[in-house]
Ligand binder design. Sequence first.
Ligand code: PGA
Length: 311
Amino acid sequence: MIHATLHQLAVFEATARLGSFTRAAEELFITQPTVSSQIKQLTKVVGLPLFEQIGKRLYLTEAGKELLKTCQEIFERLDNFEMKIADLKGTKQGRLRLAVITTAKYFIPRILGAFCEQYPGIDVSLNVTNHQQIQRRMLENQDDLYILSQPPAELDLHSEPFLDNPLVVIARSDHLLAREKNIPIKQLNGQPFIMREQGSGTRSAVLELFAKHKVNVTVRLELGSNEAIKQAIAGGLGISVLSQHTLISERTDSGLVILDAQHFPIRRRWYVAHLSGKRLSVIAQAFLEYLIVKSQEIGTSAWQNPVESRN
Ligand code: PGA
């Protein structure tokens, strides 16, 4: 392997991660033939095929999987080295990789903005996705820190709760139940409902509560975006259950209300997590501490959302 270059390893890592020569070429700003020839040379050095192409899809071979793990470790060590050096020079520099669940996008960018003002030398990548995708990213050790509300029990994680993230029933303000108090959960039976997509933590929490109380809503529509669900509610397609944080940006005249239904809100919290075995970079550690402190300050004001609550 002494003959493999760092550039070849970077090309291989991008191709393996993105599952495509073309996308790796785009990400690295090089041509597709360059990617192919770098992979060919690396394959020669390793002495075993790294990829298998079946139809249009690229699959990693056993050797490819081992090499990918090794590359990720090498690049992580190099990133950390770079950050340590920057730290020794008295400047915090480097890259912060965050992956957060969909609802954290109502909150994290504000904190990130303030953090980046303090450390202008850092480069941030923020990936916003659902719980299932976060878990996949964790398995692949793709990020420094994760923000989510249901840390997967099967992974060895270090996680710390930092803010409440309750799920509430949201309806259009002219809904029949909008003025009712303490609505029995059974009243939701048969209600037209807009559900989050498979893999969403919101969806699994809602389904669990409904199964427990034998509630059968009529799922009219499945949507992969909290914003789209709010629009669908406003459009009269049904009710839904979403994190209360999704209402933060709404105005009082948004036409949405929170229903005062029994067993709601579903109480959950946001956690900031990282893989237990991971050595956090200087930047990631600084952000983690900043997040815990700042979320307490911003958290309380975030609750003053103007949407009418019938609770
Ligand atoms: P989800 O998570 O995007 O996976 O539904 C959102 C949340 O738990 O707040």
